[in-house]
Design a protein around this ligand. Structure first.
Ligand code: ADP
Length: 181
């Protein structure tokens, strides 16, 4: 008897936002929830990518663009083969996020939005204080631009939502799109 198999569509959950906005925190919760339902998943964390895939790249526009293009390319390959991918890099430039979108199967842009005053107040890693002292050149939000997404699939407000609420909204979007059951 003939059988048909249909693999589930992959997708790219592309978190973008300022340093300290909550990308890694929310991505971690979403990843745990996706793993608990047994969905195939890869996480391309911004810091890990810079250690491996993009070792040696800096934070000027050209190097940032190269970093984001590499993430987009790998995410595109994986998503094309039915894997769910989570990326959590600042990815400050709208045009290069657009390139990543074009390479992906089911690109879901998640804008992790927090006002600059809020991420400065959190200053999780002390980076804003160091940037203010001029110790970190090209620091997004301080001495480098951040271009917010014009039409993200999911817009999270981490100054008004708990990380669990934000993660729940991402999961709800994936279910609504039929990307996760
Ligand atoms: P990013 O990956 O965007 O640089 P992180 O997730 O590393 O940011 O850090 C965000 C920090 O903000 C964490 O310390 C987290 O506990 C805190 N935080 C406070 N409120 C929220 C929220 N609603 N969503 C996400 N993170 C939050």
């Amino acid at each position: 008897m003939a059988t048909t198999t249909r693999t589930r569509d992959g997708y790219v959950l592309w978190f973008t936002g300022l340093s300290g906005a909550g990308k890694s925190t929310i991505a971690g919760i979403v990843a745990a929830q996706l793993r608990s339902v047994g969905a195939p998943l890869e996480v391309l964390d911004g810091d890990e990518v810079r250690t491996h895939l993009s070792a040696g790249l800096g934070f000027g526009k050209a190097d940032r663009d190269t970093n984001v293009r590499r993430i987009g390319w790998v995410a595109g390959l994986l998503s094309r083969h039915g894997v769910g991918v989570i990326t959590a890099a600042i990815s400050p430039y709208a045009d290069v996020r657009g390139e990543a979108r074009a390479m992906a199967t089911n690109f879901v842009e998640v804008f992790v939005d927090a006002p600059l005053e809020e991420v400065r107040r959190r200053d999780v890693k002390g980076l804003y204080a160091r940037a203010d002292r001029g110790e970190i050149p090209n620091f997004t939000g301080v001495s480098d631009p951040y271009e917010p997404p014009a039409a993200p699939e999911v817009h999270l407000y981490t100054d008004r939502e708990t990380p669990e609420e934000s993660a729940g909204r991402v999961m709800a979007y994936l279910r609504q799109r039929g990307l996760v059951t």
